[in-house]
Ligand binder design. Structure first.
Ligand code: GAL
Length: 416
C-alpha cells in the first residue's frame, strides 16, 4: 500500500461520518494551552459537538510545539497515533514522507480547497500533490504589540525605523517601565530573530540565510548585525525574563508594565481574551524594518492514518469543519490569526486582523511572503532546532555576535 492509501469517496465517507459521528470522537494533540488559545480551541470543540463528534483532548504545553512533536513521536512509535495533530509546515512534510498521514484528496476536491487555500499554505498542506492536512489559519511573527496608554504617556509615535524603535524602548526604560516584554525560551528568541534577520537584510537576506541555508549568509556581516540587534533587545528586557511563558509576557504589555512585545499574532488572542480592543488599549504594527514583508506560519491539523473507519469519517468531518467559512471566521477572530481561506470577508475582524489580512495578500503579491524560521515554515525541524540553540545561547550571553554567526554556519551544516 502506498503512503496515499485509504482513498475514500466523499459520499460514502460523509454517510459514514453521519452514522458514525454519534459514536465517534476525535483525539486531538495540540499545544494551545494559553487563555486565548483555549478560547479559540473551544470554538472548534463546540463546532464538532454540533455535528455529534466528541473531543478527546491531548494538550502538550510548550509554545511553538516542540514538546508536542516529541510526544507525538512517542505515540506514533507506539503504534497509537492521535486522530488529528496540530502541526506546522515542514513537520507535516516529514510525517507525510514517513507515510503516516491520511489522504484528504476526495474531501479537498469535493470542497474546492485548491481554489481557496493560498499556494503558500498548499505547499505545506499537500505532499506529492495530495492533501494530507487541513489548514486552520495563517499566523505571522513580525508583529510588535504595544500598550497605547504607555505610548501616549511617553509621547511615543509608532516607530518606523530600527533606530526609532530603540529610542522608544529607551524612553520606556528611562521612565521605569519594562521596555520589551519577553519570555526567555528558545522558541521565543527565535520568533524575535525572524524579524531581526528580515529587518537587517530584507527578503533577499532572509531567503539566503533561512531558506537557502547559504553559509555566506548564515556567517556573514548581516547575520552578525542581526545578532547585534538581539544584544540590543537583551538590554531592554526585565531581570525575570528567563523561562517566562509568552502569554505572561503579553500580559505585561496589556497590564501596562511593559511597552512592547515582539511576538506572533497569537499574542493578540491574549489581549482580546483580556477584554482589550485592537487600536484602543493596544496597538499592532510590523517590527520596524520588516514592513512590506510577512513571516508566516499556518497551524494545520494533520490527519494520521487510522484503521477504524468511524475514526476516518470523523477526521473528514473535522477537516470539513476546519475549512468551513463560518468556522474560519469564528476561530480566527479569537485566535489572533487570519483565515486560511482567501474568500473570507475581513469585516468580522478587528483592526489588527484586517491589517494582517491585507498585508498577507499584499506580501503574497509582492514577493514579501516568507515562511517563519521560528515556526517551522522555512526549513526542516532539524535545522530549525539547530538555529534555536545558537540564537538562545547568544541571547543568554554564551557567544558574542561574531561567534554566533560562525556557530550558525556550523550548526546548520551539522543538522542537514
Ligand atoms: C505557534 C502556533 C500558534 C501558537 C504559538 C504559541 O507555533 O502556530 O498557534 O500556538 O505557537 O504557542
Amino acid at each position: 500500500m502506498t503512503m496515499l492509501k485509504k482513498l475514500y469517496t466523499g459520499a460514502a465517507v460523509l454517510a459514514l461520518s453521519t452514522s458514525a459521528a454519534v459514536a465517534q470522537e476525535v483525539e486531538v494533540l495540540h499545544w494551545w494551552t494559553s487563555g486565548g488559545e483555549a478560547a479559540a480551541l473551544n470554538v472548534l470543540r463546540e463546532d464538532l459537538a454540533g455535528s455529534g463528534i466528541g473531543w478527546s483532548d491531548m494538550p502538550v504545553a510548550g509554545g511553538g510545539g516542540s514538546d508536542a512533536m516529541t510526544v507525538l513521536r512517542a505515540r506514533v512509535t507506539a503504534g497509537d497515533p492521535p486522530t488529528a495533530v496540530q502541526m506546522l509546515g515542514f513537520a507535516i512534510q516529514d510525517w507525510a514522507a514517513e507515510g503516516a498521514l491520511a489522504n484528504l484528496d476526495a474531501l479537498a476536491a469535493e470542497q474546492g480547497w485548491n481554489d481557496v487555500v493560498p499556494a503558500a499554505l498548499q505547499a505545506f498542506s499537500t505532499y506529492e500533490g495530495s492533501w494530507v492536512a487541513a489548514p486552520v489559519n495563517v499566523h505571522s511573527t513580525n508583529w510588535v504589540w504595544a500598550n497605547t496608554a504607555l505610548m501616549e504617556e511617553l509621547g511615543i509615535e509608532q516607530p518606523g525605523t530600527w533606530e526609532e524603535f530603540v529610542a522608544a524602548m529607551q524612553a520606556a526604560q528611562d521612565a521605569g517601565y519594562t521596555a520589551l516584554a519577553h519570555g526567555g525560551q528558545a522558541w521565543q528568541e527565535a520568533t524575535v530573530f525572524d524579524s531581526m534577520v528580515m529587518g537587517v537584510g530584507g527578503p533577499e537576506f532572509y531567503q539566503a540565510a533561512f531558506i537557502d541555508l547559504d553559509p555566506e549568509a548564515l556567517g556573514g556581516a548581516q547575520m552578525v548585525e542581526a545578532f547585534d540587534r538581539m544584544t540590543t533587545l537583551r538590554g531592554f528586557v526585565d531581570d525575570n525574563f528567563s523561562g517566562r511563558d509568552w502569554n505572561l509576557a503579553s500580559a505585561m504589555v496589556f497590564n501596562g508594565e511593559a511597552l512592547f512585545q515582539i511576538m506572533g499574532d497569537w499574542a493578540k488572542g491574549e489581549f482580546v481574551n483580556a477584554g482589550q480592543t485592537a487600536g484602543e488599549e493596544f496597538q499592532c504594527f510590523r517590527v520596524p524594518g520588516t514592513e512590506g514583508t510577512v513571516t508566516f506560519n499556518s497551524d494545520q491539523f494533520a490527519m494520521f492514518n487510522v484503521d477504524d473507519e468511524a475514526e476516518q469519517a470523523s477526521q473528514l468531518a473535522m477537516a470539513t469543519a476546519v475549512l468551513s467559512p463560518e468556522f474560519q471566521i469564528a476561530f480566527n477572530v479569537v485566535k489572533g490569526s487570519v483565515p486560511a481561506r482567501t474568500d473570507i470577508d475581513p469585516a468580522s475582524f478587528d483592526a489588527c486582523g484586517q491589517l494582517g489580512m491585507a498585508q498577507l495578500a499584499e506580501a503574497g503579491e509582492s514577493g514579501g511572503l516568507f515562511g517563519s524560521m521560528a515556526h517551522g515554515h522555512a526549513n526542516p525541524p532539524s535545522v530549525q532546532n539547530a538555529m534555536y540553540d545558537v540564537i538562545t545561547a547568544h541571547f543568554n550571553g554564551e557567544y558574542d555576535s561574531a561567534v554566533a554567526a560562525e556557530e550558525m554556519v556550523a550548526a546548520v551544516e551539522l543538522a542537514q
